[in-house]
Design a protein around this ligand. Structure first.
Ligand code: NAD
Ligand code: MG
Length: 405
């Protein structure tokens, strides 16, 4: 078939919640897409090589390169694996530069950026610099270095490199879909938030929250870090900043409304007052697939909305008093510069301390605000400056927590 194309995909963070959902989507596309050969060119895990290798065997993907950021984990796996010679031999890439190398590889067409946190930054930037389509789940990259990403995309447009970001985050995928109708007549982006497990909790209840109760998200099944972010609503704060860079709009044009059912994934208000929303069941495989196949829309694997049941879709204002992280999100989106890198690093550190039982749930947003207040703001930082501040903010967050307990 002359019409048939192919697409080599590198899934970075393949062992996580988004990564696993992406492998599901790829299997589905391999089985059903008559126009394109979907090939899993590489898949990365951090330490859990075994799980990744088993996934690839299950997918019938013997040629997929395995990327392990920890050489010890890879060496350990390779020696165990050498004894089981019935299994296919994957090429294994290791070391701190392996992710960047894969993301820059000429043979790769699409990079799925599904690593959690600042750890995904360099590989995501490399993918954009090398003209890839980036299916972006790793919102922290935009929070830390949104202006550099925007710059790099601009360069890519000038040289027609093909670099583009397709949002995987469900809210941003929704906005991307809604905006397409009249991109130059946008008035407001309205991000929906489930409100997380503490949507109706009092401040006192949140002070006493345990990691277990904070991890129990009502509508989404996600990695640990983003689950805690959802509970503090820092996730929505990061998404405000993500939206600011993805859609090049000021913080003033972004709103948050609480929508507990997670069916309306976000909305766009246009200049004439008309609001367009995107609805689908809460299943990340929908936005992942669209990010891979856009501009094509293909049959998906997620079940569709059940219209035989009564629909109760609620929308309510967000409470910036009980969820101070939200206020921080608007502030960072407004000032830009070094603020995102600092708040992101403080948050990553505070979330780890909370999960480790060392600080209270309500300390997380407090620590982020304090570290932001302590830093010397710069409006046009370089990448190396941002990385330096990332390390400083983690240390500063540790110091704040040690001082307050
Ligand atoms: P997860 O914890 O389930 O998976 C994280 C992945 O990153 C794993 O594959 C892990 O091996 C890898 N990783 C972790 N630390 C690493 C490091 N230092 N170096 C290299 N690899 C590392 O997380 P997740 O829920 O899949 O989230 C991934 C990203 O997607 C996050 O940025 C999150 O905000 C975003 N996101 C997730 C969802 C969701 O439904 N889970 C929705 C929207 C956006
Ligand atoms: Mg989201």
């Amino acid at each position: 078939d002359l019409q048939r194309t192919s697409c080599n995909v590198a899934v970075l963070g393949a062992t996580g919640s988004i990564g696993t959902a992406t492998l599901d989507v790829l299997k589905h596309l391999q089985a059903t897409d008559s126009q394109c050969d979907w090939r899993l060119w590489a898949a990365s895990g951090h330490t859990n090589v075994d799980k990744l290798a088993r996934e690839l065997v299950a997918m019938g993907s013997p040629d997929t390169r395995l990327v392990m950021s920890e050489p010890e984990a890879a060496a350990c796996w390779q020696s165990a694996h050498a004894e089981r010679d019935s299994e296919p031999k994957h090429q294994v890439l290791t070391g701190p530069d392996a992710l960047v190398k894969v993301a820059s590889e000429p043979a790769v067409d699409t990079v799925v950026a599904a690593i959690v946190g600042r750890a995904g930054l360099e590989s995501t930037l490399a993918a954009i610099e090398h003209g890839k389509r980036v299916a972006l789940a790793n919102k922290e990259t935009l929070v830390v270095a949104g202006s550099l990403v925007a710059e790099s995309l601009n360069e890519g447009r000038k040289s027609a490199s093909g670099a583009e970001i397709l949002p995987v985050d469900s809210e941003h995928s929704a906005i991307f879909q809604c905006i397409a109708s009249h991109p130059s007549a946008v008035k407001k982006l309205i991000l929906t938030a489930s409100g997380g497990p503490f949507r109706e909790a009092t401040v006192q209840q949140m002070r006493d929250a345990t990691p277990e109760s904070a991890l129990a998200h009502p509508t989404w099944d996600m990695g640990r870090k983003i689950s805690i972010d959802s509970a503090t609503m820092m996730n929505k704060a990061l998404e405000i900043i993500e939206a600011r860079w993805l859609f090049d709009l000021p913080a003033e044009a972004i709103e948050v409304v609480v929508h507990p059912q997670s069916i309306i994934h976000s909305m766009v208000e246009f200049t004439d007052g008309s609001v367009i929303a995107q609805l689908s069941p809460p299943d990340m495989r929908m936005p992942i697939q669209l990010a891979l196949t856009h501009p094509r829309r293909l049959p998906g694997i997620a079940p569709s909305l059940d219209r035989a049941q009564r629909w109760d879709l609620q929308l309510m204002p967000a409470d910036l008093e009980r969820f101070p992280a939200l206020r921080l999100g608007f502030e960072v989106a407004r000032v830009g510069g070094t603020a995102g890198a600092v708040v992101n690093a403080a948050n990553e550190c505070a979330v780890a301390l909370f999960l480790d039982g060392q600080i209270r749930f309500t300390d997380i947003a407090q620590v982020c605000q304090t570290v932001l207040n302590h830093h010397n703001f710069e409006s046009t930082p370089t990448l190396s400056r941002l990385l330096e501040l990332d390390r400083w903010a983690r240390d500063e967050a540790q110091r704040c927590c040690a001082a307050s307990t």
